[in-house]
Design a protein around this ligand. Sequence first.
Ligand code: G1P
Ligand code: ZN
Length: 559
Amino acid sequence: MSLTVQTVSTTPFADQKPGTSGLRKKVKVFQQTNYLENFVQSTFNAVGESVIKGGHLVLGGDGRYFNKHAVEVILKMSAANGVKKVTVGQHGIFSTPAVSATIRKLGASSGGIILTASHNPGGPDNDFGIKYNITNGGPAPEKITSAIFAQSKEIAEYKICPDLTVDVSKIGSCSLQIEGLSSFEVEIVDSCDIYVALMKEIFNFEQIESFLKNFKLNIDCLNGVTGPYAKRIFVKELKCDAKSVVNSESLEDFGGLHPDPNLTYAKSLLDMMKLGEHDFGAAFDGDGDRNMILGKNGFFVNPNDSLAVIAANQDCIPYFKNKAAAGFARSMPTGAAVDLVAQKKGKKCFEVPTGWKFFGNLMDAGLINLCGEESFGTGSDHIREKDGIWAALAWLQILSSQSAEKQSVEKVVRGHWNEFGRNFFTRYDYEEVESSAGAKVMSNVEQQLTSLKGQSFEAMGVKYTVALADNFSYKDPVDGSLTEKQGLRIVMMDGSRIIFRLSGTGSSGATIRLYVDCFSSDAELFDQDSVVLKPLVEIALKISDLVQVTGRQEPSVIT
Ligand code: G1P
Ligand code: ZN
């Protein structure tokens, strides 16, 4: 007996514009009748029948509230839209890096759909998200996300097989007959297998395992999707004590935690590390693509430094051997520490707009094999997403390759500063401010862009003169596409930078991000972050009039 395909009439929603990383909204918004269905159909329409019909799709999410329901709906709609096969992670769960790895490994011709709002809290009153990844395993480029938005504004109907049900809790395959179409196959796979196998190809697990016999880990999964992956890798494969992995139950609401690995939201890890009982700490976000690295006694590794250290020690990682030709890349607001490593190695370093999707073209063209963002994202061309567990393994591989007296996170970072100098960095996030106030802060700065050049500002006895002020735009060197208005930059004569951006991932109101980045090779200053950064922050607040406009005396999060 074949399953019927129903065409359901619908009307557009005005707010389905994908942001920095897919469509993110409150669960309540997604629960509106047809809201999810409209977006999924708009995605299929935008990607086009030639890719979707008869194709192979990968599907899974970070397990947050609404994940289960969304998987059911997307399976019903995939069948009705003529997809030939969907590979789903068991229970509908896949970390974001695992989806990317799976699309690539299986050569999934229709790409994949990831259900996540990343580091945003989960649960019925919190966030949900959905994003489409293309066949290279990476987030859809602007061309596709704009097409999805355009489709969402004119959608009139969607296709669904209402009676299709699949038990995604059991590993295996099933084939269903769909009315007027060929058969539809659903393959349910272990969520970790492909990803873990890939990690074992990239790293020398024997070396890490033997190193870890005398090196104590504290891996915090913040109750996000990485729990099962971390247990498989660190406990089963690398034979660490089971207590090395904490908050490892993947929960629909992340147990009330805010699954964002930074010093504010992963404070319990920081506090544990400060006790000095562990040598290495790492935390990952809800969907497993972000990471934070800490050393003994809570030594914090800024993501900019993390990227630069991995770049400088790339040769320790087997995957990168014989891949010396490719360069590095970072997003524009990311501190420029990696640029210095590239310079020394005679490699290219690309500066792209915020969001992982911009790295994909560079990787596909073989121009880069390592990249990162200040927002706790680090990764390589093994997949086309950033990858939290990969970053932790990269650090462990690097540490295990040091001479015995240098096998400490802090020593590796300080050694790096001594060699290259230190890029100081801070990011102030003002979350959920009124949208109009967010816009006003940006326009305050934007209006001054042309007049700022040459102006001098003084704060706390330090004087800076503006060398350049612009709204960052990027021309992709591979396909020539132009992406404009990616953040307001104020660059000082000595290279210090102040950057303002509005977040593209928030789900309500506006989040203003203020980034400050500067460099010093004066070792006396290496431990004086705030002395170095505070004057630039003061200048930024003055130029933007942020405190006055938003009424916020302090940011919600400081990195
Ligand atoms: C944020 C980060 C950005 C990252 C994105 C997805 O985007 O700043 O670097 O790629 O999340 O994880 P934003 O909210 O700033 O648009
Ligand atoms: Zn994430």
